[in-house]
Design a protein around this ligand. Structure first.
Ligand code: FAD
Length: 387
């Protein structure tokens, strides 16, 4: 079955090389990681070893240039990897952030020296990446962040707190949004790369947050109290951080869209299989007209989502994905995910509410998709701006 067109539809961008990658990724997730799912959920974070294994197989940094240890591909390769992770039901590795976001920032804004220092480790899995924008006081209004970095010789002294940081429990490399000029809004924001080390003076990881879903992936608070970072770790230009984030956020939103559509496809597939096997009133559920209608509607919603997503992927690869279209994708695809998963769960009846069935986890995991990466309300603001 070609990936990611589970229902027989194949995106125009899918080439034989993607099929090989999909096969490799599928085997890795299903054989190496998924068998540990219960333990990973209980511990609340992934195994470092699985990042290293993924790196050894060449599954990390697929869109990073080969000279820096990556796969030399583009966003389509990252999309295939994330789709396979979703299809397999693997939910511990924070690849959407590690590969889908962090390597992209360093590739786009790193100096030659920074790229040589950080990208090979992110690609071989010896480093895990994270990005810290959101603060306890607010995430939507990025211009208002309060974490500040004051230059002292050849170091920045960082004070502040970040929260909800994906991979924050295990990350070694954090792209941190700070105010280098507190008198300004957007123009005062810079990005600095923190090489996190537990026990380093001024740095502390908070607790892993207890979430309603995504139990195997770590989401953490991070605290900085006069924490020192070399000025050489500034990513891009001082004061340019907000604009760098705005330039990268369309990819982050597309990454979320890729996950949303993969979940929709999986939900329809699981619910269809269940409807064929489960009987009520003397016949399989699929023999009841309402079940067929619901599945037909969900399959159609999913196909339309897939085609919109593929159009966005192609635009992004051409460098033409604009902010409003990326916001449309993030908002509409995640709404679709929540709707389709909810309707598919209903087909499972009571079993759909038990965590023994993947659809229950998919339901709990789906909710955050409308919140992170910029809430769907903020997406609509971005769309409305260009109307
Ligand atoms: C599991 C998880 C993982 C995350 N991973 C990361 C990460 O890796 N890095 C990171 O930096 N952040 C991360 N986040 C944070 C996430 O991006 C923020 O939660 C999100 O941006 C919203 O910010 P907030 O929670 O502070 O909500 P607020 O900004 O306080 O918003 C609260 C509500 O008000 C609404 N609202 C706010 N402003 C407006 C407006 N102008 N118009 C209309 N409505 C508005 C919002 O839409 C929302 O419904 C993660 C969050 C979660 C839950």
């Amino acid at each position: 079955m070609p990936t990611p067109g589970l229902d027989g539809y194949t995106p125009a961008w899918l080439k034989p090389e993607h099929e090989d990658l999909a096969e490799l990724a599928r085997a890795f997730f299903t054989k190496e990681v998924v068998p540990h799912a219960a333990r990973l959920e209980a511990q609340g974070h992934p195994d470092r070893e699985h990042y290293r294994q993924a790196g050894e197989l060449g599954l990390l940094g697929l869109s990073v240039p080969e000279e820096f240890g990556g796969g030399g591909g583009d966003f389509t390769h990252e999309a295939v990897l994330l789709t396979e992770q979703t299809f397999s039901g693997e939910g511990s590795l924070g690849l959407a952030v590690h590969s889908g976001i962090v390597t992209g920032y360093i590739t786009a804004y790193g100096t030659e020296e920074q790229k040589r220092r950080w990208l090979p480790g992110l690609c071989d899995g010896s480093l895990v990446g994270a990005i810290g924008m959101t603060e306890p006081d607010g995430g939507s209004d990025l211009q208002a962040i309060r974490t500040r970095a004051v230059q002292d010789g050849d170091e920045y002294v960082v004070t502040g707190a970040k929260t909800f940081i994906t991979n924050g429990g295990v990350a070694d490399l954090l792209i941190l949004a700070v105010k280098t000029d507190t008198t300004q809004g957007a123009g005062g924001i810079s990005l600095i790369v923190c090489e996190l080390e537990d026990g380093a003076p001024g740095f502390r990881r908070g607790r892993l947050l207890d979430k309603i879903g995504l139990h195997a992936n770590d989401t953490a608070e991070l605290f900085f109290d006069e924490y020192r970072v070399p000025t050489a770790n500034l990513l891009g230009s001082e004061g340019g951080g907000f604009f760098q984030m705005m330039a990268q956020l369309p990819q982050e939103r597309l990454v979320i869209g890729v996950g949303a559509v993969a979940v929709m496809q999986r939900a329809v597939e699981l619910a269809t299989a269940y409807a064929k096997e489960r009987k009520a009133f003397g016949k399989p559920l699929i023999g009841h007209q309402n079940t067929r209608m619901v599945l037909a509607e969900c399959a159609t919603r999913t196909r339309v989502a897939r085609i919109f997503l593929d159009d966005c992927v192609e635009r992004h690869v051409r460098g033409e994905l604009d902010v409003a279209t990326a916001a449309m994708a993030k908002y509409w695809l995640t709404e679709g995910q929540c709707e389709v998963v909810d309707r598919c769960l209903q087909i499972f009846g009571g079993y759909g509410y038990t965590t023994e069935y993947p659809i229950a986890r998919m339901y709990a995991d789906a909710r955050v998709q409308k919140i992170y990466g910029g809430t769907n309300e903020i997406m609509k603001e971005l769309i409305a701006r260009v109307l």
